[in-house]
Design a protein around this ligand. Structure first.
Ligand code: ADP
Ligand code: MG
Length: 479
């Protein structure tokens, strides 16, 4: 009896409909709309039912996340079902008449409903619209900076490893390290290296499809796709990507849905042997608010960090820039800049640009040390004034009448622990140091710092006298 019912295709559809409503309550509407709604039932044969999935991406995801559940529910409804198969039925194939008869219902769905009324159709329509549209990835990708090439990248001790890794990835025809994960503080050349890889690959083989985008843009696009119920089209965009570069992934911290989507995109591309390059401000293990499984995936290729610059590299960069701009930069001026502006390369370039602009505005006034010191007076003053963690520790310890040694010790007495937490909190607030960096200064790990920051945030709301103390310290440190 059951056999008969199943042999009749409309019954498979009915059962699928029931399964779908159950799944929808189980997984929630968003996940259902993204992953399960686009599936359509196909043929049933010999205990095996075929379900059509529009893309390989989706198929992988559905298999890892939902196939067991689908199988279980179906088996319960109908013991005749022994297997549930997921078959990729690409829309382009169908449209060009190559469709697989198992998935006829999919085509019917498209042709009978010209006006896209649900995500499935809107997803498909955009795929069709974008078929053969080479500009597709231009909109996904952000334009590359023509200055950010390997030729313009000055190599020194602090960045030679990251540079070598980037070159290797750019020059290899086969995927060498996957993913390549670059990390450093701001302004030290991560974005420059990523663009350089992209330029190099493009030059070697213009047909390769390279997508470079920031994690923020990925997030923005994904959230927009969710809002417009267009996640199928979103996923489709990544399907033909040969090289995917995502800059500044630390911005995905705490954004769980985006991370999940990224994790999935990431895995699918890696499985298909596409190259992925990621950058962040911390090592994979130290990324905050990123799921453990994603962290471990990010760290499973080659991880290369760029260290803070040293004097030689700063000199090299200044001379290189001056040469590019055709400017005569006196050694004394270069040395002055390289000694003073140590934070990062972006600021170093900014300082040089200011000096050059000034000399040119004053009808090619010669660049001298005096003039440089004068032009950069304000910048250097605020630069000198930047609060350091050492200073915070010193001032907070003084304020609470303990020693810096005690603050860094393992003592847990409240009289020491509280000032330590306040110092960690202020370090997070007043410096651009990361949690692990702050932790190191206190001989603790980053989770302790994170906990301290949260604790002080809570206490500020509850304890007026503590709030006053923190406020007073902040004023002293910012003065
Ligand atoms: P990040 O992405 O790490 O914040 P960027 O790649 O944006 O840093 O670099 C900041 C600026 O410094 C850019 O203008 C970049 O061209 C320049 N820069 C960084 N590293 C180098 C280098 N090794 N040689 C020349 N310029 C560099
Ligand atoms: Mg960058």
């Amino acid at each position: 009896m059951a056999e008969e019912a199943i042999n009749n295709n409309s019954s498979v559809s009915d059962q699928w409909g029931q399964i779908c409503s159950q799944l929808k309550t189980e997984v929630g509407e968003t996940a259902f709309d993204s992953w399960l709604k686009p599936l359509t039932p196909g043929s049933f044969n010999d205990g095996t039912v075929n379900i059509c999935v529009p893309t390989r991406f989706m198929r992988n995801w559905v298999i890892t996340h939902y196939s067991d559940r689908i199988h279980k529910i179906w088996e319960k409804k109908n013991p005749e079902i022994k297997n549930v198969n997921f078959i990729v039925q690409s829309v382009q194939e169908e449209v060009h008449g190559l469709y697989n008869p198992t998935c006829r219902s999919l085509l019917k769905k498209i042709s009978s409903s010209p006006a896209p009324s649900n995500i499935y159709q809107s997803g498909i329509n955009s795929v069709i619209a974008n078929n053969n549209d080479t500009s597709l990835n231009d909109s996904l990708s952000v334009p590359l900076n023509p200055q950010y090439t390997f030729d313009n990248f000055v190599v020194g001790k602090t960045n030679e490893f990251a540079y070598a890794a980037a070159r290797k990835v750019a020059e290899s025809r086969n995927v060498s390290f996957n993913p390549l994960f670059l990390y450093s503080g701001v302004g030290l050349g991560k974005t420059h290296l990523m663009h350089a890889i992209a330029w190099h690959i493009k030059q070697q083989d213009p047909s390769r499809n390279i997508v470079y985008l920031s994690a923020e843009k990925f997030m923005y696009k994904f959230v927009r796709a969710l809002r417009y119920k267009d996640t199928t089209a979103f996923k489709e965009q990544f399907r033909s990507v040969d090289v995917l570069m995502v800059d500044d992934v630390q911005f995905m911290g705490g954004k769980d849905t985006t991370q999940e989507e990224f994790f999935y995109t990431f895995n699918s591309l890696i499985e298909e042997g596409r190259q992925i390059i990621i950058s962040a401000d911390k090592s994979p293990a130290d990324l905050e608010g990123i799921e453990t499984r994603l962290k471990s995936r990010l760290g499973c290729g080659l991880v290369a960090d760029i260290h803070p610059t040293d004097f030689d590299l700063r000199m090299g960069i200044l001379n290189n820039k001056a040469q590019q701009l055709g400017i005569e930069l006196p050694v004394k001026v270069a040395e002055f800049l390289a000694q003073k502006i140590t934070s990062n390369i972006r600021e170093l370039e900014g300082a040089l640009r200011r000096v050059i602009a000034h000399s040119q505005l004053l009808s090619d006034k010669e660049i001298t040390l005096d003039m440089t010191q004068d032009v950069l007076k304000d910048m250097l003053r605020s630069y000198d004034k930047r609060t350091t963690i050492d200073e915070i520790q010193k001032k907070v310890a003084e304020h609470f009448n303990i020693s810096v040694k005690e603050m860094q010790s393992s003592r847990r007495a409240r009289t020491v622990a509280r000032p330590r937490q306040i110092a960690m909190y202020l370090a997070k607030q007043l410096t651009s140091r990361s949690l692990p960096e702050i932790g190191r200064k206190f001989d603790r790990d980053h989770t302790t710092v994170m906990h301290a920051v949260r604790k002080v945030e809570e206490l500020i709301l509850e304890d007026a006298s503590l709030a006053e103390n923190v406020d007073a310290l902040r004023r002293i440190l910012e003065a």
